[in-house]
Write a protein that binds this ligand. Structure first.
Ligand code: 13P
Length: 251
């Protein structure tokens, strides 16, 4: 079973409108036509519409970094799935560790968002990963297992096929401490086995699992060479055209 490598850039709360468009423009120039890899950028929501317009009809998709699970109504400050789709968005990052740990999102919240995204055509990129103290206490599988179970509750087999998972060990995010390729592979295999138990081998074999956490143009190739690492969710290094392009090319 061959899974198409998927490299996504998570811009987090960075850049301005003009630097977002400059970055997207640079990527468009250098990556348009790179069809063997799936590529996406995830700008802050206020910029998604303009970035999506600039990248329209290219092979670079646009994702959001969050969404609310309700269609509409009195939810001050939130953005719906329909609004993102209207703005040209194709993917949505859900359950990122910064949302879990800084904004206190629980697996149940992530689950509602996944179901909302799937009820429309948004592709969820669902993040899971353990804290350093959890790894040190040998609780990685327990934590990641619960995140997968809770986040994907009530997701049908048909819908599971559309989801992307990102394993992002929290201790590796923004720290320069990348997981070793073996550490990543180990957890990716664990996640794939969980999916297989719940959905069967065909679906488990088709779901892409990205690695995220201090991926850069120097370490990407080695991590992406692992059989169960199907791409990367890149933070800091996705803010520079040259670095992101090199990561995509190394895939
Ligand atoms: P860094 O690549 O900056 O470590 O961030 C990873 C990340 O959180 C991507 O979602």
């Amino acid at each position: 079973m061959s899974r198409r490598i998927f490299i996504a850039g998570n811009w987090k709360m960075n850049l301005t409108l003009s630097s977002s468009l400059e970055l997207a423009g640079g990527l468009k120039e250098q990556l348009n036509g790179t069809n063997d890899v799936e590529i996406a950028v995830c700008p802050p929501s206020i910029y998604v519409q303009q970035v999506a317009a600039l990248l329209k009809d290219t092979n670079i998709g646009v994702g959001a970094q969050n969404v609310y699970h309700k269609d509409k109504g009195a939810f001050t400050g939130e953005i719906s799935v329909g609004m993102l789709i209207d703005a040209g968005v194709k993917y949505v990052i859900l359950g990122h560790s910064e949302r879990r740990h800084i904004l206190h999102e629980k697996n149940e919240d992530v689950n509602l968002k996944i179901l909302a995204a799937l009820s429309s055509s948004l592709i969820p990129i669902v993040c899971v990963g353990e804290l350093l103290e959890e790894r040190e206490a040998e609780a990685t599988y327990k934590v990641v297992g619960e995140q997968i179970e809770g986040s994907f509750a009530n997701v049908s087999a048909e819908d599971m096929k559309k989801c992307v998972i990102a394993y992002e060990p929290v201790w590796a995010i923004g720290t320069g401490k990348v997981a070793t390729p073996d550490q990543a592979e180990e957890v990716h295999v664990f996640i794939r086995n969980l999916i297989e138990k719940k959905y069967g081998k065909d679906i488990a074999d088709s779901v892409r699992i990205q690695y995220g956490g201090s991926v850069n143009d120097e370490n990407a190739k080695e991590i992406l060479a692992k059989p169960n690492v199907d791409g990367a969710l890149v933070g800091g290094a996705s803010l520079k055209v040259t670095q992101f392009v090199k990561i995509v090319k190394s895939a």
